[in-house]
Design a protein around this ligand. Structure first.
Ligand SMILES: Cc1cc2nc3c(=O)[nH]c(=O)nc-3n(C[C@H](O)[C@H](O)[C@H](O)COP(=O)(O)OP(=O)(O)OC[C@H]3O[C@@H](n4cnc5c(N)ncnc54)[C@H](O)[C@@H]3O)c2cc1C
Length: 340
């Protein structure tokens, strides 16, 4: 006998996952397979969509499209009876031990809440470059450094982070330039020394335009100058963390705005969990999937312990005993005697 969609209160879900990207779907698969009543609420903007060929996810030697990974994740979660609804949660409150989530379409109630809302990488302030995202404009050295080996690479930024990016990219290419896009360099002396020591050129003029065709960058056009041939750009403008729901519930954030979690993805607020790029993890799909799984296991364990403490497992057991056969039948045929 499977526990009915919430055994105790039909209007309150056992678990709601806000965010149906990599972390949220991974959690939903685990929670569904743990027989939990789980709903995933997703507004449909997973960053994974932007990656045409994911090369670093275990099990896909020829790569897999980010969109395809999400589609497969959704059907895998549905297979284990997780519900996935399309909505955007605007606000949340806690009433006693229940979280109330107000979405654009509906209001939802849940005993445990997992926030897997991800982040938004700020694109560079360069006109017309957005369509190159994921094809020749990138944010992440770990995701995309390998695929740009030996190419002409510009790091857009004026901070220490931009300098460190440029230095890190030397592992992949000898042709690396830092372009501040008209900003005064803000890197410190140590980073300036590194730029000089490693002979990395710096362009400080504003980027007037990017010459690109079919999402492939060919050159950067600097204000008042000739264009410079470039194949790929990496940008380091920073991220916006979708932490509003956790913040509203009083969860502790770090100085960047990432939701603080323990090893089991519990936040500082009881019954509230977080997973994926909205936490201080390195923002990678396989890490987000692992964190989603870890959060789901912690939620499952916590719900189990709660069901013992509140005796709801006992009430469920009563229902089982009334309905189902609980003891295996004794076989009427005699077991065969073993012959030597
Ligand atoms: C261009 C690009 C290329 C990348 N390439 C790679 C790669 O090759 N390899 C790799 O490992 N990683 C790559 N990444 C990073 C990867 O996409 C992320 O690590 C991964 O998607 C993080 O998963 P997540 O679940 O934390 O967030 P996401 O997958 O972004 O999912 C968050 C979900 O939450 C939803 N959401 C947010 N707020 C709300 C709300 N209030 N209500 C309802 N839903 C909400 C969003 O719509 C979204 O669907 C790439 C990222 C980009 C941008």
């Amino acid at each position: 006998m499977k526990r009915p969609a919430h055994f105790e209160d039909p209007n309150t879900r056992e678990v709601i996952v806000v965010g149906g990207g990599i972390a949220g779907l991974s959690a939903a698969i685990y929670l569904g397979r743990a027989q939990r009543d789980v709903v995933v609420i997703d507004s449909g903007h997973s960053m994974a969509k932007w990656e045409p060929v994911v090369q670093n996810y275990l099990g896909f030697p020829n790569g897999v499209g980010g969109e395809e990974l999400l589609k497969n994740g959704r059907s895998q979660a549905r297979r284990y009876e997780a519900r996935i609804v399309c909505d955007e949660i605007k606000t949340v409150s806690a009433r006693k031990s229940i979280f109330v989530l107000k979405g654009k379409r509906k209001t939802y109630r849940t005993k445990r809440l997992l926030v897997a809302t991800g982040i938004f990488h700020l694109p560079p302030e360069i006109p017309g470059v957005k369509e190159c995202l994921g094809h020749s404009m990138f944010f992440c050295k770990d995701c995309d450094g390998y695929r740009v080996r030996g190419k002409r690479i510009a790091i857009i930024g004026a901070t220490n982070e931009a300098v460190e990016y440029a230095l890190g990219m030397l592992d992949y290419s000898a042709c690396v330039v830092v372009a501040t896009n008209g900003r005064e360099p803000q890197w410190d002396k140590k980073h300036a020394r590194w730029l000089a020591e490693y002979e990395i050129p710096v362009a400080v003029k504003r980027i007037r335009d990017v010459d690109h065709r079919k999402r492939k960058i060919h050159a950067l056009e600097f204000a008042g100058e000739k264009s410079v041939r470039i194949d790929y750009i990496f940008t380091t403008r920073g991220d916006i963390f979708h932490n509003q729901l956790a913040k509203k519930l009083g969860a502790r954030l770090d100085s960047d705005g990432q939701i603080k979690v323990d090893q089991c993805m519990r936040t500082t607020v009881p019954r509230l969990y977080a997973a994926g790029c909205v936490t201080p993890a390195n923002c990678q799909m396989i890490i987000a999937a692992g964190q989603g799984a870890a959060a789901a296991q912690a939620i499952n364990r916590d719900l189990f312990e709660e069901s013992l403490a509140s005796h709801s497992l006992r009430r469920f057991r009563d229902a089982q005993l009334a309905d189902d056969k609980t003891v295996p039948e004794v076989s009427k045929t005699k077991p065969k005697r073993r012959t030597r």
